[in-house]
Design a binder for this molecule. Structure first.
Ligand SMILES: Nc1ncnc2c1ncn2[C@@H]1O[C@H](COP(=O)(O)OP(=O)(O)OP(=O)(O)O)[C@@H](O)[C@H]1O
Length: 647
């Protein structure tokens, strides 16, 4: 928590206070907000702007070249039209204020007036063209940026997804696409305002060289203030992104169906709400501090602008009084100063929002770069067509972060293909980690994984994944129909009913589908209308059907029967054995040692090390860890219940 308080909180139970030292002392572990990773100076922001602007232009270019060209041309044209119109105003004023009869002066002013009208017409047409092209461009830019973001995020290594720094970047970069979209209209207004300001500045310089520095002095304060406020906002966002995310997570937990039973039975609702409030209040206090700073910065800038404006008009008056400037020129100068400062104001405002958006687009660009660096490599050597075995040779692996011991420690073992291999061991012994390495999800820190004599580290990862079907402990329950939930096992091949039916039969999941109101077409997402929920065991059978549909050469099943009743468990093991009979290799992780009896080979792991290997009978006879665990489980069935003993 950002804030700790000893003050009595209304609604905090005494037990909660005793348990956690009050709710605000109960550290959830993920809500730190002190790791700002960007330091931005005013100068570096100004220097970075053109780079970021060109990045958004590149996105526009990729999204729709034609529209990008139209927008650019129209905005440059509009800026030039304003310059011409300013010159025409100067000419009209010069004619009207000059000597001679009024009728003659009016007649002489007509061409300039006509020019002004024509320029206004052209300006209106260009504006319409720009509006239309911008409207077309904006959604495309957002789509292109989002698509790229999602595509790259889906292609990175699992270790990147699990890395908190990369995840933070994923979080911040997700705003990049909508920022890129917003940058398009901002960028058009910046281009337009910049050109019209340059035009006004040019006219002013022609009228009198002293006027330009005055215009610049008038504008610098608001530019400084706007950019400073934007920088603070961005820095705040980065420093607090974890906090914001945690707040959102708490809000989501309160309404998600999976948490709903515990929230109601264990009364977790008020507890989560209090944390949510405390986090929101901490964030509010920080935002109030920023608002105070923004108000102060704005006020300083306004004073500075006021003084500069007074100095500008005083200079103009002085020049007039001294006879150094004609009245018509002074009139044009006033209009040019007004146009210039208005354009400047627009420019500053738009540069401000452009800058803020550009910073988020900068995050998106950074994500693109880092995701490309951490992408699953493409290409590599081919794996043998029909390997005899996969061999782990002195494999060690430690999860990144602050792990106290390796998850796998110098493991050497063989997985003969076409057989059932069981991995056995207590919780946390490294079984799941081993199969994740086998599937190529992680690479060993040391040692090799050999498919016959081909090192998996050099293999084409896409081809390796092709060979593997996996029913993980926490396999995804996709919120789609039952049919898609099976066929998603191999989404690259056309979905056919025969193939789905075959997989369902192989997995023995037929009766699960019979119970569904619309069979395979039942939507398995309770949150949607017409959606249906399966029990844990029913899901598990559908998961196995998915793996059967994939028909990889190696089937990895991690705790396949954890949620199954005794009859279903027997059935599922029968099915798994049958899959092995078709030539598939089955790598089975289970705590039900009775089910391991039919395995061809058992590897026993303990604290990341391989401690035993052999057939179930050999291991039972050897009296080692496997035999001990097996006897423990068997005794649970043979031991007398205490009541009977007492009786
Ligand atoms: N994604 C992860 N990041 C960091 N550490 C992890 C991760 N997954 C597992 N670990 C750690 O690695 C060790 C081995 O975990 P693993 O999941 O491989 O064990 P397991 O034998 O499959 O356990 P179980 O029987 O409970 O499923 C454990 O100490 C665990 O805390």
């Amino acid at each position: 928590m950002g804030k700790q308080s000893d003050a009595k909180q209304p609604g905090v139970s005494e037990s909660e206070r005793l348990l956690f030292g009050g709710p605000l002392r109960y550290d959830m572990g993920w809500n730190s907000h002190s790791d700002a990773f960007l330091e931005l100076g005013f100068r570096s922001m100004v220097v970075r702007l053109p780079v970021l602007l060109s990045a958004s232009m590149r996105l526009a270019w990729q999204a729709d070249r034609q529209a990008a060209r139209t927008v650019l041309a129209a905005e440059v044209g509009r800026g030039l039209a304003q310059a011409v119109s300013l010159l025409a105003v100067n000419s009209v004023l010069g004619r009207l204020i000059g000597g001679g009869p009024l009728e003659d002066r009016l007649r002489e002013a007509v061409p300039a007036l006509v020019t002004m009208g024509a320029v206004m017409l052209v300006g209106a047409l260009l504006r319409a063209a720009s509006t239309y092209a911008t409207g077309r461009l904006e959604p495309k830019v957002e789509r292109v940026a989002t698509e790229r973001y999602l595509e790259l995020a889906a292609a990175v290594e699992l270790s990147a997804i699990e890395d908190h720094a990369f995840h933070k970047l994923l979080d911040t970069a997700q705003y990049g696409a909508s920022s890129a979209r917003r940058m398009i209209p901002s960028a058009t207004r910046v281009i337009n305002a910049a050109i019209s300001m340059i035009a006004a500045a040019g006219v002013l310089t022609v009228l009198h060289p002293a006027l330009l520095p005055l215009l610049v002095t008038m504008t610098i304060p608001s530019a400084w203030s706007a950019l400073t406020i934007a920088r603070r906002h961005y820095e705040w966002y980065h420093a607090w992104v974890q906090h914001v995310r945690a707040g959102r997570l708490l809000g989501a937990l309160l309404i998600e169906p999976e948490a709903a039973p515990e929230i109601r039975v264990h009364g977790v609702g008020p507890f989560l709400l209090r944390h949510f409030r405390s986090m929101a209040e901490t964030a509010e206090a920080e935002q109030a501090r920023l608002a105070r700073l923004a108000a102060r910065t704005g006020l300083i800038a306004a004073c500075w602008t006021g003084l500069a404006t007074a100095a500008t008009y005083a200079t103009l008056g002085g020049l007039l009084l001294a006879g150094a400037m004609a009245l018509s020129v002074a009139g044009t100068a006033v209009i040019a100063i007004r146009t210039g400062s208005q354009s400047l104001e627009t420019l500053v405002m738009e540069v401000n929002s452009l800058h803020e958006d550009a910073l988020f687009v900068g995050d998106l660009q950074r994500l693109y770069r880092e995701a490309a660096e951490r992408a699953i490599p493409v290409g590599g050597v081919a794996l043998p067509d029909d390997p005899r075995e996969i061999r782990f040779e002195n494999v060690s692996f430690t999860y990144p972060g602050d792990a106290t011991r390796p998850a796998l420690d110098d493991v050497t073992l063989t997985l003969p293909l076409g057989k059932i291999v069981a991995l056995v061991g207590e919780n946390g012994s490294g079984k799941t980690t081993l199969v994740k390495l086998l599937a190529g999800l992680y690479a060993p820190d040391r040692g090799r994984i050999l498919w016959d004599d081909v090192d998996a580290a050099r293999a084409d990862r896409r081809l390796l994944a092709e060979r593997v079907a996996m029913v993980a402990q926490d396999f995804k329950r996709w919120p789609f129909t039952a049919r898609v939930n099976v066929a998603v096992g191999r989404s690259s091949v056309p979905l056919t009913d025969e193939r789905v039916a075959g997989a369902v039969a192989e997995a023995g999941a037929g009766d699960v589908l019979e119970d569904l109101p619309r069979g395979l077409d039942t939507l398995l997402a309770r949150n949607f209308s017409g959606g249906h929920e399966l029990s844990g065991g029913q899901w598990q059978r559908l998961g196995i059907a998915r793996a059967a549909y994939r028909s990889g050469h190696i089937l990895i099943v991690d705790e396949p029967t954890a949620a199954l009743d005794a009859r279903a468990e027997l059935e599922v093991f029968e099915k798994i054995r049958a899959l092995a009979g078709t030539g598939q290799t089955v790598v089975l992780i289970t705590h039900r040692l009775a089910s391991v009896r039919h395995a061809d080979l058992v590897h026993v792991l303990e604290q990341g090390r391989l401690v035993e290997s052999g057939t179930p009978d050999e291991l039972l006879a050897s009296g080692g860890v496997y035999a001990e665990l097996y006897t423990l489980q068997a005794e649970q069935f043979t031991a007398k219940v205490p009541a009977e003993e007492a009786g």
